[in-house]
Design a protein around this ligand. Structure first.
Ligand code: MG
Length: 465
């Protein structure tokens, strides 16, 4: 690839071409991963493919689970495909019960253990959204895999999770019996083990996706947003640009942060500083206010490097004319001119178009985890978590979503499927309808998936804790 070709194709504002994988896996391939929608949508009228999706954006159907199909905690779900964007819905979703075996095989004969843990399983619940790019495959693999990775990781630390709190206890059991003093000094709690299990599960799932994609000759990546309930706490793990918020009568609380090339600029620049070979001499790691051209040589411009949150000046040199490592603003910001997110799963084969420059070293599969202690919240009946892919948040703010939640739920208390109705209503609010309070029109051009999870046991019905 010549630098000249690259500059010609990636002018600011130009639509970026889809990157092409350059690797071909050795040996025989397994079958391609088939396209599908979430299992809990079966019977809702959604077919396995998307060919029945109308091409007119104003006629796209919003899909939700069939009435009679109950999700964990009576959660609601809805989704829409943007038929103008791609043939397939690149979002995926999964949810279910997490059955975590309390002890390893062979320990059941231990009578002392049986006294402490009379039941075989620790039960949690799981909701997950995946927003795919470069095709739907990575998101499908993540929806098929991540919960199993998480269950395995939780089983490796279940003894510590089940240990009495605070860590040290008269029984002598603590999170890690071999190092009780360290546990106490570091104030390591059971929730730290769950956070570690989530981090390890994302990492493990990323490795599985890498192997599966290579074996099947497919490509792509996805973001991942996961909520897990366990022992009175809700854990929200996010890698990418989906979002979860807590909506209460008097409070809107973000439960996740978005990870994009802009929000992780310094981490990405730092990596390029330590390993400049990752840029193959084709990119500059420095950030400038705009793409510099030959006319700017010798001029004084604003810039910032990996160690700077503020700005400084520099005289433009020839190396500064290379394409920026991170380019564009807001939703248009791209890593290496290619990707709009900086964390997620997959993308093992992704390279900058017609180059040997890999994106994977700059991507993190590790989530940021937020812990919500529900036992301390004094929950009310209409308290909910709203989880959604970026297509919703492109056009609705946290406060707008909270306003819609508060206006919908009180008038629909008797409808057992009100949370899916609410999820549908949120999606409808992104399809060009006028906001009655502001008069604004909101239109999303992305696929959207939404979970609405009620936190109060009364709203959860028989599917609750
Ligand atoms: Mg999206």
């Amino acid at each position: 690839m010549s630098a000249g070709w690259f500059r010609r194709r990636f002018l600011p504002g130009d639509p970026l071409p889809a990157p092409r994988p350059r690797l071909r896996p050795p040996g025989p391939r397994t079958s391609p991963v088939p396209y599908r929608r979430p299992r809990f949508l079966r019977g809702s009228g959604s077919g396995p493919g998307a060919t029945d999706v109308p091409r007119r954006t104003d006629a796209r159907p919003v899909r939700c689970p069939a009435r009679g199909r109950t999700l964990p905690w009576n959660a609601g779900y809805a989704e829409i495909i943007n038929a103008e964007k791609s043939e397939f819905n690149e979002d995926q979703a999964a949810c279910g019960k997490l059955c975590i075996r309390r002890c390893e095989f062979g320990e059941m004969e231990d009578q002392e253990w049986l006294t402490v843990c009379p039941e075989e399983f620790l039960i949690g619940h799981y909701w997950a959204l995946f927003d795919g790019h470069g095709g739907p495959t990575a998101a499908i693999l993540a929806a098929n895999t991540l919960h199993s990775c998480l269950r395995r990781q939780l089983e490796t630390v279940v003894e510590g999770i089940m240990a009495p709190q605070p860590p040290m206890h008269l029984s002598g059991r603590c999170i890690c019996p071999s190092d009780p003093q360290f546990v106490e000094e570091k104030d390591i709690k059971a929730e730290d083990l769950v956070v570690g299990a989530l981090e390890n599960a994302f990492q493990e799932c990323d490795e599985v996706i890498g192997r599966e994609l290579e074996a099947s000759g497919q490509q792509g990546g996805c973001t991942a947003l996961v909520a897990v309930s366990l022992q009175g706490k809700l854990y929200v793990a996010n890698a990418g640009d989906s979002r979860a918020i807590l909506v209460r009568r008097d409070e809107v609380r973000p439960l996740s942060s978005e990870f994009t090339p802009e929000t992780e600029r310094q981490r990405i620049q730092q990596l390029a500083f330590v390993y400049p070979e990752l840029l193959a001499g084709e990119f500059t790691r420095l950030e400038f206010p705009r793409r510099l051209k030959g006319d700017d040589l010798g001029q004084k411009v604003l810039f910032r490097d990996h160690h700077m949150s503020g700005w400084s000046y520099k005289h433009v040199e020839k190396a500064d004319l290379k394409y920026p490592l991170i380019h564009g603003q807001g939703r248009q910001a791209r890593l290496l001119g290619t990707l709009a997110v900086s964390r997620g799963l997959g993308d093992h084969q992704l390279r900058v178009l017609d180059t040997n420059i890999h994106l994977k070293p700059f991507l993190l599969s590790i989530p940021q985890v937020t812990v919500l202690n529900m036992d301390q919240l004094e929950l009310q009946e209409d308290d909910v978590i709203v989880m959604a892919t970026d297509g919703l948040w492109d056009v609705l703010s946290n406060d707008q979503v909270a306003r819609l939640v508060r206006s919908f739920l009180p008038g629909n208390q008797d409808d057992p499927y009100r949370f899916s109705e609410l999820a549908q209503m949120l999606i409808h609010s992104t399809q060009g309808k006028e906001d009655s309070t502001t008069g604004e029109r909101h239109v999303s051009y992305d696929d959207i998936s939404v979970f609405v999870i009620p936190l109060h046991t009364k709203s959860q019905g028989s599917s609750g804790h």
